[in-house]
Design a binder for this molecule. Structure first.
Ligand SMILES: [Zn+2]
Ligand SMILES: [Zn+2]
Length: 259
C-alpha cells in the first residue's frame, strides 16, 4: 500500500500523536500519499456540540499546520487535506461555505450517525437494531451523499449494525454497493473494525461487494501513528478481501468537494 487517506488528529478529541509524527511514520513505512481526514466540524444550530469531532474554530489550525507540513515534506510525501464527513442534508450547504475558505482536497463519507446529530430522531449506526426503516434510511443517506459527487471514499460502509431480516439487509446493501460502483466511489474495508474485533467488516456485505465487483480501499482509520501502515493489519485486510473476491485499489482519484 502506497496511499493512506484515512487519518485522524488530536483535534477530534479521541486521537493522539502529532500530524508530523504521522507523516514521518508514513515516510518510514514507504507510504507516498498520506491524507488527513479528521472528523469534520459541523455548523450545528442552537449551540449543539458533538463529542466526536473538531470545532469549527479548529479548522484554521488544521489547515495551517498541514499546509506548512506539505511544504516541509514536499518531494518526500504527498499530503492531502480532507475530512471524514457525515451528510447532514440540512447543514451541508453551510458546511460547504465554510469549506470554501480553505484548500480542501477531499471528503470521505461516514455514516456514524443517521438523521441529524443533535436531533431527537438521530440514531447511531453502531447501535444494533432490527428497525427496517433505519436500514433503508442509512442506505438512502449514503446514496444521497455520494450522488453529490463530492465524496471520494465511503468509510466503513458496513457500519450499520442491522440484526434483523438478512434478506432485506442483502437487498439494501446491494443497492448501496451498486450505487457506489456506478458513481465511482470506492468502498472501504476499515482497519479499525479489524483491529478492535468489531462486527464490521461484515461478511454478508463484502460477499456482495465481491460479486458486484465494486472496488474497495483499505481504510487505515489511524487514531495514532501505530495505525498508519501496520503491515500485519494490511495483510489481514487483504486476506479478508481475497476471501470474498473484493478488488482492492490503492490510489484513489479524489473528487473535488468544492465543485
Ligand atoms: Zn469513521
Ligand atoms: Zn475515521
Amino acid at each position: 500500500m502506497k496511499c493512506n487517506y484515512h487519518n485522524h488528529t488530536f483535534r477530534c478529541g479521541h486521537a493522539s500523536d502529532t500530524e508530523e509524527d504521522y507523516i514521518k511514520k508514513a515516510i518510514a513505512e514507504g507510504i507516498t500519499t498520506i491524507g488527513f481526514s479528521d472528523h469534520t466540524p459541523y455548523p450545528f444550530p442552537s449551540g449543539f456540540v458533538s463529542d466526536c469531532r473538531m470545532l469549527m474554530s479548529d479548522m484554521d489550525g488544521y489547515f495551517r499546520t498541514l499546509l506548512a507540513l506539505r511544504e516541509k515534506y514536499r518531494g518526500y510525501i504527498d499530503i492531502k487535506i480532507g475530512f471524514e464527513a457525515e451528510y447532514y442534508v440540512d447543514y451541508f450547504p453551510e458546511l460547504l461555505s465554510e469549506y470554501r475558505k480553505y484548500p480542501l482536497d477531499y471528503l470521505i463519507y461516514a455514516g456514524h450517525y443517521i438523521g441529524h446529530e443533535g436531533r431527537e430522531d438521530c440514531f447511531c449506526a453502531f447501535d444494533s437494531t432490527r428497525d427496517e426503516k433505519r436500514l433503508v434510511q442509512y442506505v438512502d443517506n449514503v446514496i444521497a451523499a455520494i450522488s453529490t459527487q463530492r465524496y471520494s471514499i465511503i468509510a466503513h460502509p458496513d457500519m450499520m449494525n442491522f440484526v434483523g431480516d438478512l434478506d432485506l439487509y442483502r437487498s439494501e446493501m446491494t443497492r448501496l454497493i451498486n450505487a457506489a460502483k456506478e458513481l465511482s466511489v470506492p468502498l472501504e474495508i476499515n482497519l479499525n473494525g479489524i483491529r478492535d474485533g468489531r462486527y464490521y467488516p461484515f461478511d454478508d456485505f463484502w460477499r456482495i461487494a465481491g460479486r458486484v465487483d465494486a472496488p474497495a480501499v483499505i481504510g487505515f482509520d489511524a487514531h495514532c501513528i501505530a495505525h498508519v501502515a501496520d503491515k500485519g493489519e494490511i495483510a489481514e485486510a487483504m486476506r479478508y478481501a481475497d476471501r470474498f473476491g473484493v478488488r482492492i485499489i490503492d490510489e484513489v482519484e479524489l473528487k473535488n468537494p468544492l465543485i
